[in-house]
Design a protein around this ligand. Structure first.
Ligand SMILES: Nc1ncnc2c1ncn2[C@@H]1O[C@H](COP(=O)(O)OP(=O)(O)O)[C@@H](O)[C@H]1O
Ligand SMILES: [Mg+2]
Length: 392
């Protein structure tokens, strides 16, 4: 079949041809956006799920909905080695300058700019001249203590008041939230809390790996009341079938039921894998309809590409001792969740002595704790990869 017309879109954050099975979540975000515009209380949303389930795609979808409603949108992505202020400052600076320029003089917008300047001096961030050049005097004594948990809520309050004064609504979208440090998460939660209490027009949509829930709970126990944590997981069979069949049919082609079943078996409904299998199945098939035999050929290609890409890059980011740990996990029977004690036992060490390695793997976003004393991979089908390829 013509590869030019291949509709499938394997890739990080790439919009799928059919956004399957996420209707409820999209509706939840829409309601939050519309409620905030009416000045009603809203909960911020944090989409939680494994790698490749479509969290980034959802955040992008939320952004489009927000833009269509006239929201000012800030999209950020946390990184392991970038701190929250460094992430926020360029985006907030742009927002503040825009709010300031938006119309006649606004004392709230000017004040927010001054507080922003105090915030930066408080953190004594090493920024390029361009970033620091702000033609205002700092508002001494506000948001400049250098303690992020005290300063960030002050800064957000000022920004929220400026936005309210301009009658603008703002949504901050933050991806990969699991990479924030506890104090950063805490500062962010306190900021959202303050804005909710004051009824300011700023909303947050986030996404992260499952460890984000624990991180938030440890940072601030009231986080649960402020945020909803919708789970984003593998798609149900009917939604997986839609994800594959609809794009094929939209191109005037067909796929046989056996072929669909074969794809469901390999992908287990994980969106990234569905895109990969759909993509390969399309390209390996000479002429529509796509049959089970076509999918069998596509499977070889899909596995090779995943083993040399998606899975391999994650394995290669691990240190030798971390590799031993994940290999020990994969050597245990079963899939999904493993007892941490059994992993330690398999390595011939005590759980306490291996805890630092396990913590590093959690911080790197490789594993998480689905329940106390349990350990699972954040990458679906990762143990199958380790068993199949036995990388060293
Ligand atoms: N609901 C969906 N239906 C079908 N494919 C999807 C869906 N959501 C995401 N995808 C596909 O899955 C892949 C991974 O999406 P992404 O948003 O990067 O996942 P995550 O951010 O959770 O790691 C992309 O190729 C995307 O096109
Ligand atoms: Mg993502």
């Amino acid at each position: 079949m013509d590869p030019v017309r291949n509709p499938f879109a394997p890739g990080a954050g790439t919009p799928p041809p059919e956004l399957s099975g996420r209707w409820e979540l999209i509706e939840q975000a829409r309601v939050a956006l519309d409620r905030l515009k009416l000045g009603r209380p809203v909960k911020s949303l944090i989409a939680v799920g494994l790698r490749g389930v479509g969290k980034t795609v959802l955040l992008n979808e939320f952004r489009l909905m927000a833009e269509a409603r006239g929201y000012y949108c800030l999209s950020l992505e946390a990184h392991e080695d970038k701190r929250l202020p460094a992430l926020l400052i360029p985006a907030l600076r742009r927002l503040l300058l825009d709010l300031d320029r938006l119309g006649a003089l606004s004392e709230q917008a000017k004040r927010a700019l001054r507080i922003f300047k105090s915030f930066m001096s408080g953190l004594r961030l090493k920024y390029g001249e361009a970033e620091l050049t702000l033609d205002v005097d700092p508002e001494t004594g506000v948001a400049d203590s250098g303690d992020l948990e005290a300063d960030l809520p002050d800064l957000f309050t000022a920004i929220g008041r400026a936005a309210a004064d301009r009658q603008r609504h703002v949504v901050i979208l933050i991806d990969e939230l699991q990479y924030l440090k506890e104090a950063e998460m805490s500062a962010l939660i306190m900021s959202v809390h303050r804005m909710a209490q004051l009824g300011l027009p700023i909303l947050m949509f986030g996404a992260g790996l499952p460890q984000v829930v624990g991180l938030m709970g440890r940072s601030k126990s009231y986080a649960e009341r402020l945020f909803d944590f919708p789970r984003v997981g593998a798609l149900k069979d009917t939604d997986s079938i839609d994800a594959i069949r609809k794009p094929i049919q939209a191109e005037g082609e067909e796929i046989e039921p056996d072929a669909l079943n074969e794809i469901l078996g390999w992908t287990q409904g994980y969106p990234f894998f569905l895109q990969e299998w759909g993509y390969q199945a399309w390209n390996t098939t000479a002429r529509s309809p796509i049959t089970q035999a076509d999918v069998a050929k596509a499977t070889e290609k899909a596995l090779t590409r995943l083993d040399q890409g998606f899975f391999k890059v994650r394995f290669e980011r691990l240190t030798p001792r971390e590799r031993d740990y994940v290999r020990a996990m994969a050597a245990l029977p079963g899939t999904g969740s493993y007892r941490s004690g059994e992993i330690a036992q398999a390595l011939g060490v005590t759980p306490q002595s291996i805890a630092p390695i396990r913590n590093n793997l959690i911080a790197k976003g490789m594993i998480y704790a689905p329940a106390h004393g349990d350990t699972a991979f954040t990458v679906p089908l990762f143990e199958q990869y380790l068993r199949r390829v036995r990388p060293d």
